[in-house]
Design a protein around this ligand. Sequence first.
Ligand code: GLN
Length: 454
Amino acid sequence: TEACLAEIEAADALGAFVHKTPEIALDQAKAADARIKAGEATAMTGIPLGIKDLFCTMGVASQAASGILDGFKPEYESTVTQNLFGAGAVMLGKLNMDEFAMGSSNETSVYGNAVNPWKVDERALTPGGSSGGSASAVAADLCLAATGTDTGGSIRQPAAFTGITGLKPTYGRVSRWGIIAFASSLDQAGPMTKSVRDSAIMLGAMAGHDPKDSTSANIPELDFEAALTGDIRGKVIGIPREYRLDGMPAEIEKLWDEGKAMLADAGAKLIDITLPHTKYALPAYYVIAPAEASSNLARYDGVRYGHRARLGSGEGITEMYEKTRAEGFGAEVQRRVMVGTYVLSAGFYDAYYNRARKVRALIKRDFDEAFDQGVDAILTPATPSAAFGLGEMAEADPVQMYLNDVFTVTVNLAGLPGMSVPAGLDAKGLPLGLQLIGKPWEEADLLNTAYALE
Ligand code: GLN
């Protein structure tokens, strides 16, 4: 813990930690030492973690990297952090992210962007987003692992951009209670770690039934680490043809081929599959996610949490709402709220929101059909490119940024578990990731396949 705290101080330029909690960390570390001495340790006891700013942590600033939650210190602990601390893990501080987890580059944060520790020619690169601070902190060895959340790729894309392992569990595996909501039917928390084994251990500590989240599954808890045998003989790996995009860099294609070869060498059987509705996933996601966000973010009204605008004389409650929200939310969040409100409005509900929900059902059916054919897991690239330069896309059309999520959003729409595993470097020396998509509730199997690919 002390070594990590020193590293964090030395690495301020990465912008990974936005609130540091050294006193809490040292207290928790002391308690962990005592627990280890008493012979009551778990695999997580004494492990120093970074916590994404989206998780409510009791008495510690939890702002979703937004100005609207300025000064908000929750009076309760999220179930995930409660589970981790209950297992003896240590919190080093809160990690940078895109505001309300909306973004793919960590540039929408009120704190400014986090930086990728990987560099090309001294050009500063994005660590990806929205869990950019988590990815940067783990890749730069500021912590042993971090929590992330993934609504449309926010664990897997930053993991791929920084050469670490990121797992988005099956929807319902991990409680959402106390995690600041973005799009409730898609949000899921997961581990961001240095290895597949760490991912298995941390998932075990994070997961579990929680009566406080009505979508949390009441299923037996598994020992995910015990599943890591590396034996994947006879497993069927689907290769979806729709993930071969026109204009995709040859390097990504090559990496995908290498991943296929590794799995085949380990005794898996590769088959070509089709997921025909893939091309509609991005538009469906960018209707559903903003729709749910506009509803979830209605609570930030200047009364209950954080920031409240100053009013001029004669201004009343309407001006208070308007000014508070205009000042507190950044441009991307405002864009999502406006898009979401529009697609849910009476006149356009059927044309956009309802249609997107139908597309979502078709995307889920594509996966069900592949699994019914005997496919155990699906292998795809995690991202259509390696990490890009800071500022490069933020100034472009927002849709350019949304295109980053082309391989990841399908997994959230279908509620499936998905992982990004580091798969090699591109010609410039930047990390690239491969994505494995598993069957619902089959994280143990998914982790074992990832273990064979690692
Ligand atoms: N980049 C996607 C978005 O901006 C995904 C975000 C996420 O998974 N939280 O919505």
